[in-house]
Design a protein around this ligand. Structure first.
Ligand SMILES: NC(=O)c1ccc[n+]([C@@H]2O[C@H](COP(=O)([O-])OP(=O)(O)OC[C@H]3O[C@@H](n4cnc5c(N)ncnc54)[C@H](OP(=O)(O)O)[C@@H]3O)[C@@H](O)[C@H]2O)c1
Length: 320
């Protein structure tokens, strides 16, 4: 299944390497973007090169259900340089407040922050996306977003072709940089490609040890689409998966269960956006260096796969 790299030119946390080798790569990569302040509490975040050539920090902060700007500010102060929001989360305004108060909304510091947002399902379509983006940029208090995504494919009301035309227009105007999708299954990716001639550079999907979506991951790898895991911890449901398997691996490495799962994702070349409102957990979730999983540990976690999703079914769901 997911081997250490994806075809998009993934670097990120490597698999099957010695710690010395990992440290070398780690430092070399992160020099390019993160520029951490002296008081940073998380180690430099590895970068993943996307098919459009841009570099995305492999670990970001998911902000679904976060409603206080201070929760985001503390993560940025700790060293997070990647924030994942959406129009549908109704919190772009507080993300904008946090970006502004930390100085990352504009100027030289803006180039050291990756901001992803997503278009609402109800705003898909050409003109409506242009209007939506204008509003979202104002809420986020920034001149551009690093990645703009289609939130759900809504195949029962398909408008991704028109939405994509608007995405290209916005990209041409410099208002959005990388173009991505969420929750797209191979048939949706193929349809988008058939209609627009393009693949998104990222597909953000539900992905965790008990729901690995191997056919989607494999399709993405074949077409240079980087995979981003949402609900990377299955909203905590996977922390003790496998009758204590994750706990045993965590104990062997003297790390937490969350760190085992997140390191597994990263060694698979996956981008992750775990959410926590707690600073200690935000730091824990982005502190994944200093240990690596063996091939046997990878195989054991791979074997936890089921067809049980925690979130919604992209064939039938519409978010807002
Ligand atoms: N594109 C989509 O359709 C879609 C759908 C869902 C989510 N997302 C994105 O993915 C992000 C992450 O997904 P998610 O928030 O649903 O799930 P998640 O990151 O898998 O899990 C979040 C839950 O885990 C807890 N947690 C976090 N770190 C922990 C740790 N180290 N130890 C123990 N518990 C920990 C959090 O609690 P505390 O906050 O109390 O720490 C929260 O209850 C979202 O914020 C959003 O940005 C995208």
């Amino acid at each position: 299944m997911q081997t250490g790299r994806c075809e998009a030119g993934v670097t990120g946390y490597p698999r099957n390497m010695t710690e010395t080798q990992q440290t070398d790569i780690h430092v070399g990569l992160t020099d390019q973007v993160t520029n951490l302040p002296a008081h940073a509490s998380i180690p430099p975040t590895p970068l993943i090169r996307l098919a459009d050539g841009r570099l995305i920090p492999q670990i970001g902060l998911g902000v679904l259900r976060i409603q206080q700007p201070t929760t985001i500010e503390q993560a940025i102060e700790a060293g997070y340089r990647h924030i994942d929001t959406a129009a549908g989360y109704n919190n772009e305004q507080i993300v904008g407040q946090a970006l502004e108060s930390t100085g990352f909304a504009s100027g030289e510091k803006r180039s050291h922050m990756w901001i992803t947002t997503k278009v609402k399902d109800t705003e898909q379509g050409f003109d409506s996306v242009l209007r939506a983006c204008d509003r979202q940029l104002r809420l986020l208090r920034t001149d551009y977003v690093d990645m703009y995504m289609i939130h759900w494919p809504t195949p029962f009301k398909w408008r991704s072709d028109q939405t994509w035309k608007a995405f290209r227009r916005l990209q041409g105007e410099g208002l959005v940089r990388s173009l991505g999708v969420c929750n797209f299954l191979p048939e949706h990716l193929q349809r988008l490609h058939d209609e627009t001639g393009q693949w998104p550079v990222v597909d953000q999907i539900e992905l965790h040890p008990t729901f690995q979506q191997r056919s989607v991951v494999e399709f993405c790898r074949q077409h240079g689409i980087a995979v981003e895991a949402y609900e990377p911890l299955a909203r905590t449901a996977d922390l003790h998966a496998g009758n204590g398997l994750i706990d045993r691996i965590a104990a062997a490495h003297h790390v937490s269960c969350a760190q085992v799962i997140l390191r597994w994702h990263c060694e698979n070349g996956t981008i992750i956006i775990p959410k926590s409102v707690h600073l200690a957990r935000q730091i824990e979730n982005a502190t994944l260096s200093g240990f690596h999983l063996s091939a046997q540990e990878h195989a054991a976690i791979d074997a936890l796969d089921t067809s049980h999703r925690v979130g919604h079914d992209p064939m039938t769901f519409s978010y807002a």
